[in-house]
Design a protein around this ligand. Structure first.
Ligand code: GLA
Length: 719
């Protein structure tokens, strides 16, 4: 299918809207009587005539409905409103004076605008009985099939506040089909991004975070297919939310209906967000995508969109970092870190990151958070001597911070206990002995910015690992009782504001998003950071699953992966160094082990593999990822191919050998079928020349034996 230009059209006479992306179309119409936008189509490209036909036939079909216990339009709405004939969950629920919740609206105007590489449509609705304006936004890109949606709501009253109970970014409607199978990511701390598939029942399925952070337990993303899609084939509908706090994804359908998925910020029960007279509120973006080539094509499209439209500086190659956390824990000091830095540089690391323990009275997790001054017992000359040595060794310097937190045992808390979320007269719950700072307060956000700005101004720092190690509890703001409903939203915008301001002022500093591992992995934070720490779990086998799930939505270029020591603190498992490296080389390679304890052979092997990674990282970090099988099968692989198909890397893994078996050939993907490739790697593959046709159609036989066996294969196009 050849790509075509993206376009947005809206026919004011018929109310038909048509969004065209290079390989898809999306259509709806605004109902004549009630001005409710009804979804009609999402799939391969159609014409304007097709869209008009769909509008006519859908309207006729819904109008012929005679049952008096439901509304035929339910589950077809582009954006279901509370009240009226809406019996399902609403995307927009506003409480007006007198406890009135029902909204009926009329389309006031539409607006089409074009910017570089994209076009936008806004449908502006006015409530018929209240002073409220709502705009539904759609954006298409010239270079992506991803459609961005968001909503703006404005209280037009000059006298009355209204309470917004629900304000989703979008409702995504997938077609009526016999099965609606949802693929999603579940998990917990140290077990993030596990892929699950489940059929939608008649009723509701809710995935959400109620924790104030994106969460380890669910990731804001889903994919729906008819139960037959595979990695390489099938129609898949998917969507995500660009937001880093609490969120809700609610899929609803009743008998014989399409599935309608509401996606938005905030969670049920946190209290309404008051909208003052004249105030306007804009939701985060929810992005949706239709792809016809299975889960593999879906991931390619998401990755390309993320690299082109979300991640800053996506074209750069991320350096190989060393991080002190698993090596020295809280026991950091100048002498020890300088010794580690020398060893890290000797291995070939390019960035040295000093993790927790360098500040305040931080000797464990009970004290110090909030006191962002350098602990001079541990670093008598401040950080400068260490930073100077790290730079002299040719590496960049990075620092761990956890700016949204405070330990009760800290100077900050003693001075400002009221800066934390708490309820009056109640003892707040601590988790990891810490409390969450109220970044919804502008004075607190400004203080955090000031501390970090001072740190980055006083020290020559290239990288910041921004951590967030506990969820919200006791989320009160006693001095501002009417603001308790908004702190869940304003905390996140407060964090975004601080990071954005720091990036503007210190453009040379890269940021890693971390929340006890992968508790804050989403497109919202991705837009202002450079990479993720996907999990505190560095056990190589577990990482295979975590990375597999992560790659469904998030690009390899953002996936930080460390090689650490044995046994790992999670599973006490022992796996060979080469396997551990091959797993970490599947993303942005880093080292997190105590290099003092590595043997001469291990150091030599690590040096070799880091050098090899530097040769292939442009393919891994910037190439297209193909998932060849799933972890845990007798052998599976991840393959990376450059855009010009000239270079490819395959990392093959065999977790366990069973029944004396040898792995079957693994078919490669994405290569030029008519080309000839030099294939190098694996026991019997040194310098073989094989055709693209063979590699794609038959595959390579990796010949792995034993448990935790792995190999790296490189392919280079000869002609
Ligand atoms: C979190 C992070 C770890 C490490 C510790 C330090 O758990 O995910 O990588 O930085 O905090 O306390």
């Amino acid at each position: 299918m050849s790509a075509r230009p993206s376009a947005v059209t809206y026919d004011a006479d018929t109310g038909v809207l048509l969004l065209d992306t290079p390989r898809t179309s999306y259509s709806a119409y605004v109902g004549r009587a009630d001005d409710i936008p009804v979804h009609t189509y999402w799939g391969p490209p159609i014409t304007a005539e097709d869209a008009a036909y769909l509008a006519t036939t859908t309207a006729a079909r819904l109008a012929s409905e005679w049952e008096c216990f439901r509304s035929a339009a339910n589950r077809h709405e582009e954006y279901p409103l509370d009240g009226g004939l809406q019996f399902g969950r609403a995307a927009l629920s506003v409480e007006f004076p007198g406890s009135v919740r029902s909204i009926e609206w009329r389309l006031a105007r539409h607006e089409i605008t074009a910017g570089p590489g994209h076009q936008e449509l806004a449908l502006w609705f006015e409530a018929r009985h209240q002073e409220l304006t709502v705009a539904l936004y759609y954006r298409v890109h010239d270079d992506s099939d991803v459609i961005d949606r968001w909503v703006v709501v404005r209280n037009d009253s000059t006298t009355d506040a209204v309470d917004v109970h629900r304000l989703d970014s979008a409702a995504w409607v997938t077609p009526e089909q016999p099965r609606h199978r949802m693929t999603h990511l579940t998990g917990r701390w140290a077990a993030e991004t596990q892929v699950r598939r489940t059929d939608l029942a008649d009723g509701h399925l809710v995935l959400e975070s109620r924790r104030g952070i994106t969460g380890h337990h669910a990731n804001p993303w889903f994919a729906i297919d008819d139960g037959t899609a595979t990695e390489e084939s099938g129609r898949v509908y998917s969507a995500t939310l660009h937001w880093s706090g609490s969120w809700r994804m609610l899929a609803q359908r009743e008998l014989d209906e399409p599935a309608q998925v509401l996606f938005g910020w905030g969670h049920e029960g946190f209290g309404p967000r008051r909208l003052e007279p004249g105030e306007m509120l804009k939701t985060p973006i929810s992005s949706g995508l239709f792809t016809a080539g299975g889960f593999g094509a879906m991931s390619h499209a998401w990755h390309e969109y993320a690299l082109r439209h979300v991640l800053p500086n996506s074209g750069e190659l991320r350096p190989v970092l060393f991080n002190s956390w698993e090596a020295t824990g809280f026991d950091v000091d100048e002498v020890g870190q300088r010794a580690l830095a020398r060893q890290a540089a000797d291995l070939g690391c390019e960035l040295f990151v000093l993790d927790d323990g360098w500040f305040g009275r931080r000797s464990g997790d009970r004290a110090g958070l909030g006191d962002w001054w350098v602990n001079t017992d541990r670093f008598p000359g401040g950080l400068k001597p260490l930073i100077d040595e790290v730079h002299a060794l040719g590496m960049g310097f990075g620092l761990w911070i956890e700016p949204e937190m405070v330990n009760p045992d800290s100077d900050l808390y003693r001075a400002h206990p009221e800066w934390t979320y708490h309820y009056a007269g109640r003892e707040p719950h601590t988790m990891r002995h810490q409390l969450v700072l109220n970044l919804a307060r502008t004075d607190v956000a400004e203080w955090v910015f000031g501390e970090l700005d001072a740190l980055l101004s006083a020290n020559d720092i290239q990288f910041v690992k921004w951590d967030m190690n506990r969820p919200f509890t006791d989320a009160g703001w006693p001095e501002q009782p009417d603001r308790q409903g908004r702190l869940w939203l304003d905390h996140v915008t407060g964090v975004y504001g601080v990071i954005d301001a720091l990036r503007r002022k210190h453009p040379g500093v890269a940021f890693e998003a971390c929340s006890g591992g992968g508790g804050r992995v989403d497109f919202g934070i991705m837009a202002r950071t450079d990479q993720f720490w996907p999990s505190d779990n560095t056990d190589a086998l577990d990482r295979r699953y975590i990375q597999h799930g992560f790659s469904h939505l998030y690009p390899v270029r953002t996936m930080s992966c460390w090689v650490t020591d044995l046994p790992t603190f999670i599973n006490k498992r022992r796996v060979p160094l080469t396997y551990r490296f091959h797993v970490a080389m599947a993303g942005v390679l880093g080292i997190g082990g105590d290099l003092n304890a590595w043997t001469a052979e291990e150091t030599q092997e690590a040096r070799r593999l880091i050098a090899q990674y530097k040769e292939i990282r442009h393919i891994v970090q910037h190439g297209r990822l193909h998932r060849l099988g799933e972890p845990g099968r007798s052998a599976s692989a991840v393959q990376y191919v450059t855009a010009d198909r000239k270079e490819s890397v395959v990392l093959v893994y065999q977790e366990a050998q069973q029944y004396d078996g040898n792995p079957a050939p693994i078919r490669l993907r994405g290569l030029a079928p008519g080309g000839r490739y030099r294939v190098d790697g694996g026991p019997v593959l040194s310098d073989a020349v094989l055709s693209g046709a063979l590699l794609l159609g038959h595959g390579i036989t990796p010949q792995l034996t034993g448990d935790y066996a792995s190999t790296l294969i490189r392919l280079e196009l000869l002609d």
